[in-house]
Design a binder for this molecule. Structure first.
Ligand code: UD1
Length: 381
């Protein structure tokens, strides 16, 4: 069997790593080895947004890097489709495997189906019901086209059933991100916070201060960072209120850095002596900081899941989530606070001294990749 899988942006790399491991484990034992070809679109291209993750997560060098780079959504999707079509027609795989909800996911699933190649989607069925989110469009189209839909939780399975997806296409396999977390948590624990800061810092934070209570911040969604007023209000609040309670460690996404400079907010953040501004950090470093943090502020999808498994209170800077299983009301760690300062403040004081309460939803057990590979093999037989 020939499988072609495709990744493009940072959150994809954590999802492909255990899948590659599962294929390698299969190939060691089976008389029917799988030929796996890995494609990187090149949407994320900075060393610390891409290569660093391949190294840390032991992902082999991609067989092909398309070098798509940045651009508008149409440019990214269009360029990826044009290049991917050439690869698919030459390689003629039995399956194209796509992960998550980024532009590569959408572009590859459309291209595969137009070439009559079976497509499998890892992390299917997530829905925010927010059509202003580019990722929601990517999820809807990819799921509509895929032949096998691997869901991380039962809520996602229900979403697909309600949309009329045939039952035989849906396989509830658990969350592949948890496989990666399991494989790396011990290594992450061995890291040292001072070394993480030293290696990645942007604003020359004075490390002779004792860093006890920390919060971690990540924001990159257009809805939070592309609107000057919204971003300015958030920054004011972080720089004046949150820092009274915590040292705030902020690994900054390139999109957000650009916006801070554009809106003249960069200096304000740089000069705050309780904000520790970092370049984008590696996977292990993020796990370590997450585990240490009293609270995480984020608009990322993956962090909501990692906080749930580690038990770190997570204030999700969004009004909705495609990952409701991570919400407090389902046993998770995440609270939706949007970008309303009163909400954020109220919830911050409520959770800041809470004990970490790790939670594992059903099948978030570290064996998801193995289940996925079994289903792919069974389907093909
Ligand atoms: C993308 C994904 C999003 C994911 C996020 C994680 C889509 C639609 N969005 O959004 O789902 O949560 O990645 O990071 O696919 N840039 C760099 N260096 C890089 C990568 C990007 O400087 O290595 C710059 C780009 O030039 C661009 C900006 O960052 O100006 C945004 O990058 P882009 O890939 O368009 O989208 P993300 O916001 O990263």
């Amino acid at each position: 069997m020939k499988i072609l899988s495709i990744v493009g942006a940072r959150p994809n790399f954590m999802k492909i790593s255990p899948f590659v491991d599962a294929i390698n484990a299969h190939n060691k034992e089976s008389h029917h080895p799988i030929h796996h070809i890995l494609i990187h679109t090149g949407q994320h291209y900075d060393h610390n947004m891409s290569e660093e993750f391949f190294k840390t997560l032991n992902i082999p060098e991609p067989d092909i890097n398309m070098g798509i780079g940045s651009g508008s959504h149409a440019q990214q999707v269009g360029k990826t489709m044009i290049e991917f079509e050439k690869i698919v027609t030459e390689v003629k795989p039995d399956w194209v495997v796509v992960v998550g909800d980024v532009n590569a996911t959408l572009a590859a699933s459309i291209t595969a189906k137009k070439e009559n190649i079976k497509c499998a989607h890892i992390e299917a069925g997530l829905r925010s019901k927010d059509m202003s989110m580019p990722e929601e469009i990517n999820r809807l189209v990819t799921d509509r086209l895929s032949d096998l839909l691997f869901t991380p939780d039962r809520i996602s399975t229900t979403n697909l059933i309600q949309e009329g997806t045939p039952l035989e296409k849906i396989k509830f396999v658990g969350n592949i991100m948890v496989d990666t977390l399991e494989n790396n948590i011990i290594k992450a624990h061995s890291l040292n916070i001072h070394e993480i800061i030293e290696k990645n810092q942007i604003n020359g934070f004075n490390q002779s201060q004792e860093i006890n209570d920390i919060g971690v911040l990540t924001i990159h969604r257009p809805s939070n960072v592309d609107d000057k007023l919204i971003l300015e209000r958030l920054i004011d609040f972080l720089c004046s209120e949150v820092v009274k309670e915590l040292y705030l460690i902020w690994p900054i996404h390139p999109r957000t850095g650009t916006r801070l400079k554009e809106y003249n907010l960069w200096e304000k953040v740089m000069n705050n002596d309780k904000i520790i501004l970092l370049n984008p950090i590696g996977y292990l470093e993020m796990l370590k900081l997450n585990d240490l943090a009293k609270v995480v502020f984020t608009d990322s999808g993956g962090l909501q899941e990692e906080c749930t498994v580690l038990g770190t209170p997570c204030l999700t800077l969004r009004w909705n989530t495609e990952r409701p299983i991570t919400l407090k009301k389902f046993g998770g760690a995440s609270i939706l606070v949007g970008n309303d300062i009163n909400n954020i403040q109220r919830e911050l004081y409520r959770v800041i001294n809470e004990k970490h309460e790790p939670f594992r939803p059903e099948l978030w057990d570290g064996n998801t990749a193995e289940r996925i590979l079994k289903e792919l093999i069974n389907f093909s037989n």
